[in-house]
Design a binder for this molecule. Sequence first.
Ligand code: SME
Length: 314
Amino acid sequence: MTKEEQYNSLLLQAQGLLSGEADIISNMANLAALLHEGMGFWWTGFYRVQGDELLLGPFQGPIACTRIAYGRGVCGTAWKEQHTIVVPDVEKFPGHIACSAASRSEIVVPIWHNNKIIAVLDIDSKEIGTFDEVDKEYLEKMASLIIGPQKDIWFAAGCFWGAQKFFKLVEGVEFTEVGFCNGNLDNPTYQEVYTDTTGHAECVHVRYNPSVVSLRHLTELFFKIIDPLSLNKQGEDVGTRYRTGVYYDNQKDAEELASVFSQIRQSLGVESFPVELLPLKCFFPADEYHQDYLDKNPSGYCHLSPAIFKLAAE
Ligand code: SME
């Protein structure tokens, strides 16, 4: 069996094993065991980011150093430099930390969650030059599985300040970001979108764990914070940039959303309404000033009533 074939088989097993579980430590434990057994490595495990150091997590193999400072050793360097490091010969890596004298080569893969590195996968071999681009490619794929299932959806609900605050309160929502979607200009500024000529809608990108909250529930909540019969106007905000819509990135979601839309139209007793249901064509995050705006400015403008935020937590 080639290395690719071995990894392909392990990747399938890892997907099956980890896709239904959201607990990161359990997923680290199982992935370490799967890789260690399946590939015959010398040491296979995780270090978790805790403040300004890495703390030993689930692993297979001999006992290891417990804490590694930011920027120290291969692990701390991969965290600092934010990319995978392949070390063909540990003796030639300045600052390598030798937890075990038997280790001769090493690979460290940083793991991202919501735009931050939360851990590294560290693997050691007793041979020189064990790891290459193939290991890098497969281990990056497998390491990303430990954060559990994640899905994305984009909601345009009028002014994005209130919509972001609302969706952040929903259990199962892991990450939100406000921005501009489905317009005709790349990387538009707020001022450009404000002219109402770029075609973008103000929108919130919502990343969620589908084993905690469903797309249906999120979409039903979305309909509670908009007036679905109002064209290009939500609260006092008027313009095409304040149109309402749900934008998806896969066909399965399109079908689920179509069913929610039809149910809402029925409950409103209308055959059509101006809420868009379209594939996401593009999304550009707004600048930092607009991110989490109402957390930073609690008395800032919001077209949503204070009472509506209670619905998010129900
Ligand atoms: N060699 C690592 C330390 C961890 S052990 O390999 C398990 C490093 O230099 O960061």
